[in-house]
Design a protein around this ligand. Structure first.
Ligand SMILES: [Fe+2]
Length: 274
């Protein structure tokens, strides 16, 4: 028996204008999306990736490590959900860890739109976050570390309660390896270059990963894909942006080993990352 899951991340549905966006951080996100990102993030890659996931990949599970949108305007969530609709309707369970752009501002309409989006996307495996999803061979802990921050920071924050939750799951007497699903990478939070993007409070989870109590961490946030995996595929895999980098990651767990295969949205193999 083996378990196959497909990951994608950071699709960043384009920002849309609203007058209310002039009053808060959305103004910065709108400028960034319109003038810096628009041409680089190709939404048609979502449609292609959805078709590829449904046929021929047909995984047991799909993992989306967050940043569905740019400024969390309700219309962005509606557009993202429309593109992902065939995947939702397929019945394949989707695990989703929110990104900082999904919780961009405190505006009530944006927060409610996010909750509607998340509920619909994950309707085949609903859970409160942090939460656990189990297969016969693996256990997945899905975390939620996204918070609205100031315009200059793109950080996440892991609460002590989430770190405790991970610790309890990691301490369980269960032979199935633990996979941590989050938007923010657990490794590399201590270097000055990551200051604006770091996971605040993530130290205890990083220690669990370094000790092997978490077998694999999968994350988004950084748009260039990379991985730090050992010979058995244990460590951390940063998925990369589907719409910018045109990448899907397929992981097969078999006989205690995670094997990664990298594909573009059309399902063509791309050279393995170092
Ligand atoms: Fe992010």
């Amino acid at each position: 028996m083996s378990t196959k899951f497909v990951l994608f991340s950071d699709i960043h549905e384009h920002a849309v204008f609203s007058c209310r966006a002039l009053l808060d951080k959305r103004f910065f996100g709108l400028m960034n999306s319109t003038f810096c990102r628009h041409g680089d993030y190709r939404m048609e890659r979502i449609d292609a990736a959805v078709r590829t996931i449904l046929d021929p990949l047909r995984p047991d599970l799909v993992i989306f490590t967050g940043d569905a949108v740019s400024t969390s305007d309700p219309r962005e969530f509606e557009a993202a959900l429309k593109r992902l609709r065939p995947l939702v309707d397929s019945g394949i369970p989707i695990l989703f860890s929110p990104g900082n752009h999904d919780r961009y501002v405190r505006d009530r309409a944006c927060r409610e739109a996010f909750e509607r989006f998340r509920a619909e996307l994950t309707k085949h495996c609903p859970m409160a976050l942090p939460g656990v999803y189990e297969t016969p061979e693996l256990r997945f802990v899905v975390t939620d570390c996204a918070r609205p921050f100031t315009p200059v920071l793109s950080c996440g924050e892991m609460t002590p309660e989430t770190a405790d939750f991970l610790k309890r799951e990691a301490a369980k007497d269960d032979p199935r390896p633990l996979v941590c699903v989050g938007h923010f990478p657990l490794l590399g939070n201590d270097d000055w270059k990551s200051f604006r993007h770091r996971l605040i409070g993530g130290g205890r989870a990083t220690a669990l990963l370094n000790a092997g109590k978490i077998a694999l961490s999968v994350a988004g946030h950084i748009h260039a894909p990379f991985q730090r995996l050992d010979a058995r595929g244990r460590g951390e895999l940063v998925v990369g942006s589907l719409t910018k980098k045109d990448i899907l990651r397929e992981i097969t767990f078999d006989n205690g080993v995670f094997t990664v295969r990298d594909l573009n949205s059309a399902g063509e193999a791309v050279p393995p990352l170092s």
